[in-house]
Design a protein around this ligand. Structure first.
Ligand SMILES: Nc1ncnc2c1ncn2[C@@H]1O[C@H](COP(=O)(O)OP(=O)(O)OP(=O)(O)O)[C@@H](O)[C@H]1O
Ligand SMILES: [Mg+2]
Length: 235
């Protein structure tokens, strides 16, 4: 469904990604793991259009979108929930959620999708009129995911949904993401929390220093002793 082919990219002449090739299959949950600074977020920025590759291609549903501007990508079905969530702190929970419904195909069914998001995260219904800046970290993360869902995406792209959350909330969020995948949504997720992410994934990629160094089904990645030590902090 989504493919990166030999992508090179970076910031102001500093190359960060070196020949990154990966794919997120339709209906599957793909995770991208690796240490700090590996280039995971940069890879997602290439997917959502905030970083333009200097070489290689991004192909989504058979269409080359390498040069498609970032603001047109939600309309094509790519919804990104960036690192740190990027909510509007002075807007309410519901206001932030509704902003996600701006693509043409999502506008007319915004009320319906909002009901779906509230069913997925009942806590958000309770907090609907509260300004996003006053929400807890976990609630803000739910709003970030909910806002992405409001665009009625074909693929949900998440950057570290567990960042800064207490362990109990991490498993809660992961259960919800797994539910979305069970409901048929394609998910691509970046996680530092590699062990927990691989446990709910269908396929994984490991990045290091801007390269994809390993890929495979989760059990293969979890079996590799060196990876266990390097990424999962398992003694
Ligand atoms: N806006 C930017 N301008 C310049 N360099 C950047 C920028 N964003 C990231 N980098 C650099 O690109 C490299 C990869 O960063 P990236 O954010 O993609 O890593 P990451 O794998 O997401 O790390 P983390 O797990 O810490 O989020 C790092 O060396 C980082 O310093
Ligand atoms: Mg990152």
């Amino acid at each position: 469904m989504l493919r990166l082919d030999g992508v090179q990219a970076g910031y102001d002449g500093t190359q960060v990604l070196w020949d990154v090739t990966l794919a997120a299959e339709k209906g599957a949950m793909t995770v991208l793991i690796g240490p700090n600074g590996a280039g995971k977020s940069t890879t997602l920025k290439v997917i959502n259009g905030l970083v333009r590759p200097t070489r290689g291609h991004v192909v989504f549903q058979g269409e080359d979108i390498t040069r498609t501007p970032a603001h047109e990508r939600p309309g094509k079905g790519i919804a990104a929930c960036p690192e740190g969530r990027r909510l509007f702190p002075l807007l309410t929970t519901e206001g932030n959620l509704r902003l996600g419904a701006y693509p043409k195909g999502a506008r007319s069914s915004a009320d319906e999708t909002l009901t779906y998001v509230y069913e997925l995260f009942p806590r958000l219904r309770e907090r609907a009129r509260v300004k996003a800046g006053r929400l807890s970290g976990g609630e803000q993360q739910m709003v970030g995911i909910g806002r992405a869902l409001m665009s009625k995406p074909s693929i949900l792209v998440l950057d570290e949904p567990s960042l800064g959350l207490a362990p109990k909330l991490v498993s809660e969020i992961f259960v919800k993401i797994r539910e979305l995948r069970e409901a048929g949504l394609t998910v691509l997720m970046v996680e530092q929390n590699a062990y927990a992410a691989l446990r709910i994934a269908d396929f994984g990629y490991v990045m290091q220093n801007g390269h994809v160094v390993k890929s495979g089904p989760p059990n293969q990645l979890l079996d590799l002793e060196e990876l266990r030590k390097a990424y999962f902090a398992i003694p």
